[in-house]
Ligand binder design. Structure first.
Ligand SMILES: Nc1ncnc2c1ncn2[C@@H]1O[C@H](COP(=O)(O)OP(=O)(O)OP(=O)(O)O)[C@@H](O)[C@H]1O
Length: 252
């Protein structure tokens, strides 16, 4: 049996995405990068079934996404948006529990509770459960939103800029968590220095086209990357021996 989890064939959406062809295997961790307006969020929304493609299609475990109900999709795919306009008086505990909504009526309550508890533990938000969404800091809110996604126990996690609003230590904690998740993860990342730590494979978009799909380091050190960002990647070895990436504008 094929272990292709998600497949985009000739995928396009209006002006935002011209063409994308790729497939994702179970358990892969993939970064989606590209300059502002390159079509990253549009691609993610198409993969989540939130937008209807103008051309091509997405298949999820061999089934066309457009043949599945929202609920069927939500049992397999969780999507973390850049922003979430949830009412500020919403309790964090109620918000995280929304992750089990796609399973309502089909599972024992102990099963749902266990999924929620695991998500709370992973995202370290147990102290926030009695708070309201409106009272959270940007970083706390981001962790709570991720917990709702994990409570959904998805096979595929789609994240749009999950490190938004996070301070340096919260950011590296989140990446450590994401790296260890035993599911397929595709994430849009703007902080390109984080890419090799998170993803073995990277999709590079430019002007609505998928222009490169390869091992992360190959993409970051490629002429295509330089063309897309007008920046060049440099590898630097820090005092503690850790190897990191630095990006500098290409001199004319
Ligand atoms: N429904 C739409 N119809 C036409 N164009 C759209 C639509 N939605 C977005 N666009 C445009 O398509 C382009 C890609 O948008 P998208 O949000 O996918 O880019 P992005 O790579 O995620 O950008 P950013 O890094 O700024 O978040 C942008 O120019 C955007 O204005």
């Amino acid at each position: 049996m094929s272990d292709i989890m998600l497949q985009a064939e000739g995928l396009g959406y209006e002006e935002a995405l011209a063409l994308a062809d790729f497939s994702v295997r179970a358990g892969e961790h993939i970064a989606i990068i590209g300059p502002n307006g390159a079509g990253k969020s549009t691609l993610l929304k198409l993969l989540a079934g939130l937008l209807k493609p103008s051309s091509g299609c997405v298949t999820l475990a061999s089934r066309p996404l457009h043949n599945l109900t929202r609920r069927e999709i939500a049992r397999q795919i969780a999507w973390l948006s850049q922003s979430d306009d949830v009412a500020s008086e919403f309790l964090v505990s109620d918000y995280v529990a929304l992750g089990r909504l796609p399973f309502q009526g089909t599972e024992a309550s102990a099963e749902g509770k266990a999924a929620i508890q695991t998500a709370i533990h992973h995202c370290r938000i147990s102290s926030l459960m009695v708070r309201t969404m409106g009272s959270l800091s940007g970083g706390e809110r981001q962790r709570v939103m991720l917990a709702r996604c994990l409570a959904q126990t998805p096979r595929i996690l789609l994240l749009d800029e999950p490190t938004n609003h996070l301070d340096l230590s919260a950011r590296s904690e989140l990446l450590t968590l994401l790296r260890t998740l035993p599911m397929t993860v595709l994430t849009v990342l703007h902080d390109l220095s984080l890419v090799p730590d998170f993803a073995d494979r990277t999709l590079l978009l430019r002007e609505g086209r998928l222009i490169m799909d390869d091992a992360s380091r190959k993409v970051l050190f490629s002429p295509m990357f330089e063309l897309a960002f007008n920046q060049k990647a440099h590898q630097v070895t820090l005092d503690d021996g850790h190897v990191s990436l630095l990006f500098r504008p290409i001199q004319p």
